[in-house]
Ligand binder design. Structure first.
Ligand SMILES: CCCCCCCCCCC/C=C/C(=O)SCCNC(=O)CCNC(=O)[C@H](O)C(C)(C)COP(=O)(O)OP(=O)(O)OC[C@H]1O[C@@H](n2cnc3c(N)ncnc32)[C@H](O)[C@@H]1OP(=O)(O)O
Length: 289
C-alpha cells in the first residue's frame, strides 16, 4: 500500500514535469533522462541512464526513472530489464550531491523519499534485473547495481564500484548497508564501509560486488545472454524465490520509512555535514582545474 501510494505521488510529480514521451515505432520510449529500448516480443527492455554529465540520481532523474520502470512493470509482456548507462565511462555518480547540499528540510525529505522509492521498486521488482555496469559506480550508483539480480562490469581498471559515503563525511544508511552485507558478507562490508572503499572490477569480482567482469565491448552482449538464461526459468518460481530472499529486508525499511526520512533530514541538515559536503564538492571542482 505504502509503495503504491508513493508511486502515485511520483507519477503525479512526473506529469507535473510535463515531459513529452517520445514513441518510436512502439519499440523505444524516452523521457529526458532515461531511454528505454523495449522489445516487447522478446519481453526485454534496456533502460539507459542518461542524466549528463555523470548520471547523478537527481530528484528529476529519480522521478523519470520510476515512471519508466512502472510502465514496464505494468506491462506483463516485459519480464526482464537490463540497466546500463547511455554514457560509457560513468554508470552513475550516485546520489546527486546538489540535492543534499544547501536545501531546506522539506526538500531533503522529498528527495529521500524518492531515493527510498527507487531502492524499494528495484529491489522488489518482479522482473529480472541485469545490470550492465559500463563505468564507474560509486555509492548510490553501486546501490542501484546491488538491487539487480545479476551484475556484469566492464573490465576497465579505471572504473570503480563501492559504497564510498564515509569518504564524503556521510554515512551509508542501514538499508544500503544491509543490501551490501547481503551481497559481500559482514566482515568485507564492515571494512569497506568504514574506509569508503571503491574497487576496480577485478577486486569487485573477487568480493562478489559484481558477478562477472567482461571486456568493455562485450558488456551488452553478455547482459543479453545472461538475461536469456534467467528468462528460461519459470517466472512464478523465480519470483516467489526472489520475494522470499528479499522481502524481510525491504519490509524493514518500509516499516520505518518515515523515521528513516526524519533521520536523513536531521543528519544532512547538520552544519558539520553540510561543511563536509561543501569540502567534497570543492575537491571535485579542483580535480578539474
Ligand atoms: C546516523 C546515520 C544516519 C544516516 C542518514 C543518511 C546519511 C546520508 C546518506 C547519503 C548517501 C549518499 C549516497 C551517494 O550516492 S553520495 C554521492 C557519492 N558520489 C561520489 O562520490 C561521486 C563523485 N563524482 C566523481 O567521483 C566523479 O564525478 C566521477 C568519477 C563520477 C566522474 O568523473 P568525471 O571526471 O567524468 O566528471 P567530473 O568529476 O568532472 O564531474 C562532472 C560534473 O559533475 C559533478 N558531479 C559529480 N558527481 C556528482 C554527484 N554525485 N552529484 C552531483 N554532481 C556531481 C561534478 O561536480 C562536475 O560538476 P561541474 O562540471 O559543475 O564542476
Amino acid at each position: 500500500m505504502a509503495l503504491a501510494a508513493a508511486g502515485r505521488v511520483l507519477l503525479q510529480a512526473g506529469s507535473r514535469l510535463g515531459r513529452r514521451e517520445v514513441v518510436d515505432g512502439a519499440r523505444r520510449f524516452a523521457n529526458k533522462r532515461v531511454e528505454v529500448e523495449a522489445d516487447e516480443a522478446a519481453g526485454i527492455a534496456v533502460m539507459k541512464l542518461k542524466n549528463p554529465p555523470v548520471n547523478s540520481l537527481s530528484l528529476e532523474f529519480l522521478t523519470e526513472f520510476l515512471i519508466s520502470l512502472e510502465k514496464l512493470e505494468n506491462n506483463k509482456n516485459f519480464r526482464g530489464v537490463i540497466l546500463t548507462s547511455e554514457r560509457p565511462g560513468v554508470f552513475s555518480a550516485g546520489l546527486d550531491l546538489m540535492e543534499m547540499y544547501g536545501r531546506n528540510p522539506a526538500h531533503y525529505a522529498e528527495y529521500w523519499r524518492a531515493v527510498q522509492e527507487l531502492w524499494l521498486r528495484l529491489y522488489l521488482s518482479n522482473m529480472i534485473l541485469v545490470c550492465a555496469i559500463n563505468g564507474t559506480s560509486p555509492a548510490g550508483g553501486c546501490l542501484m547495481a546491488l538491487t539487480c539480480d545479476h551484475r556484469i562490469m566492464a573490465d576497465n581498471p579505471k572504473y570503480t564500484i563501492g559504497l564510498n559515503e564515509s569518504q564524503l563525511g556521510i554515512v551509508a544508511p542501514f538499508w544500503f548497508k544491509d543490501n551490501f552485507v547481503n551481497t559481500v558478507g559482514y566482515r568485507t562490508a564492515e571494512h569497506a564501509l568504514q574506509l569508503g572503499l571503491l574497487f576496480p572490477p577485478a577486486e569487485a569480482l573477487k568480493l562478489g560486488i559484481v558477478d562477472e567482469v567482461v571486456p568493455e565491448d562485450q558488456v551488452h552482449s553478455k547482459a543479453q545472454s545472461v538475461m536469456a538464461q534467467w528468462m528460461a526459468i519459470p517466472d512464478h518460481s523465480r519470483q516467489l524465490t526472489k520475494n522470499m530472499m528479499r522481502k524481510a529486508m525491504a519490509d524493514n525499511l518500509i516499516k520505518q520509512r518515515e523515521a528513516d526520512i526524519q533521520n536523513f533530514v536531521s543528519f544532512i541538515s547538520r552544519d558539520s555535514i553540510q561543511k563536509s559536503l561543501h569540502t567534497y564538492l570543492e575537491k571535485l571542482k579542483q580535480k578539474k582545474g
